[in-house]
Write a protein that binds this ligand. Structure first.
Ligand code: FNR
Length: 371
């Protein structure tokens, strides 16, 4: 494993976990069917170029902003992703502690491999945690989970709506591994023939997504959630402009344009493309709620492009899992410092000193046979 000072990009970190812990990489990396949406999530960023401005003062450059009113030093957050312990024994807490100094907000997955209480206990008093909710089909059971995280001080609910059934993730199904954690009681067997305790052939996704509510609707689910919690509500997994409009009508506080990192519906549009369409077609929505994207974000310029197009912030899933798997807490700090440097460099070279100065006219979508 190379020393941390040899790590200069997010791709470097992924390369290490691929060699060091193949089984963890296989689960983290896996995506639906032929992994086209996953690849396109990242490639979509290559179609957008900057209209950079020069001769503007940028010696002071401040990339800090707020997400749902909570401070963050960068317009990024951790997108909730399951089973951090698969890559490192300290799991999600590596991410919590690694995010503390920079106040990067961590969204904790419903399927975290540590308890929500353990993760909250590892956070510093000034740190913000959000909670990603997989809604149980039984409202009372779902409510119990919401009450638990409210009491632990989690500050927002991200309701995931793009994973009501498991998808087909072949890399995951083919990779044999077992997570049998004595402390948390989490048992996931992936013995190469599918998870033993769920639909054979669906791997970990099959094991984790069994009791979720498949009948959620705008009319029923959002008013219910509003009636049981005062926390801000964000819908995670909006995949088209039409649903973004319905979310705005449902008066939620935010939407996370996401296709689950390409892990759910194969050929779902890349979130950056959905963001672009939303910005071009439905500009007033951005005044009504906060819009975020995740999927394929691997460079500071990716973050800056999304912010130009109206995203309040951008989530990263796999990169945080890879960083904590390869180097624990310090790996997470390193990941954040790489993105910090890349974001600030891009902003300065664009002639921008604050996040609010990043506007849609600063990016251009170029469709050519080159990309
Ligand atoms: C996820 N994601 C996810 N989303 C969610 O709402 N609940 C979850 O438990 C998980 N679990 C999960 C596990 C793993 C291993 C991955 C890679 C992803 C999706 C995640 O929140 C996010 O949408 C994507 O990871 C974003 O894409 P990138 O940044 O990984 O490309």
């Amino acid at each position: 494993r190379p020393p941390l000072n040899r790590i200069i990009s997010l791709a470097d970190i992924e390369a290490i976990i691929l060699e060091l812990r193949y089984w963890a990489w296989a689960y983290y990396c896996s995506a639906a069917d032929d992994e086209i949406s996953m690849q396109e999530n990242a490639r979509a960023f290559n179609r957008f170029f900057f209209n950079a401005r020069v001769m503007r003062p940028v010696s002071k450059c401040d990339p800090s902003t707020k997400i749902l009113g909570f401070e963050t030093t960068l317009p990024i957050f951790v997108s909730g992703a399951a089973l951090a312990k698969l890559g490192h024994p300290l799991g999600e807490v590596n991410i919590t502690k690694g995010c503390a100094p920079s106040k990067i907000i961590q969204m904790v997955s419903s399927n975290a491999s540590l308890s929500y209480a353990e993760i909250a206990a590892a956070s510093s008093p000034s740190q913000t945690l959000f909670f990603q909710l997989y809604k149980h089909k039984d409202d009372a059971t779902a409510l119990k989970r919401i009450r638990e995280v409210e009491q632990l001080g989690y500050k927002a609910i991200f309701l995931t709506v793009d994973a009501i059934v498991p998808s087909n993730r072949e890399r995951d199904v083919r990779s044999p591994w077992v997570l049998d954690d004595q402390e948390t009681g989490i048992k996931v067997y992936n013995d190469g023939e599918g998870a033993a305790d769920s639909d054979p052939g669906l791997g970990v996704a099959g094991a984790l997504i069994v009791n979720d509510d498949r009948d959620m609707t705008w009319e029923k689910t959002i008013p219910w959630l509003r009636s049981v919690t005062k926390l801000p509500i964000v819908i995670k997994g909006i995949q088209c402009v039409e649903d973004a409009i319905l979310a705005a009508e449902a008066n939620v506080d935010g939407i996370l344009l996401s296709n689950h990192g390409g892990r759910q519906l194969e050929y779902a549009l890349p979130p950056l493309e959905v963001l672009y369409r939303l910005r071009m077609q439905q500009q007033p929505i951005f005044n009504k709620l906060e819009v975020y994207i995740d999927g394929g974000v691997r460079r500071g310029t990716d973050v800056v492009k999304a912010v130009c197009l109206g995203a309040t912030a951008v989530g990263l899933g796999r990169p945080f899992l890879y960083a904590q798997s390869a180097y624990g807490e310090v790996g997470v700090r390193k990941l954040i410092s790489i993105l910090d440097r890349e974001i600030v460099t891009a902003m300065r070279l664009m002639g921008v000193a604050k996040i609010a100065e990043l506007t849609p006219d600063m990016v251009e979508r170029i469709c050519s046979h080159y990309y």
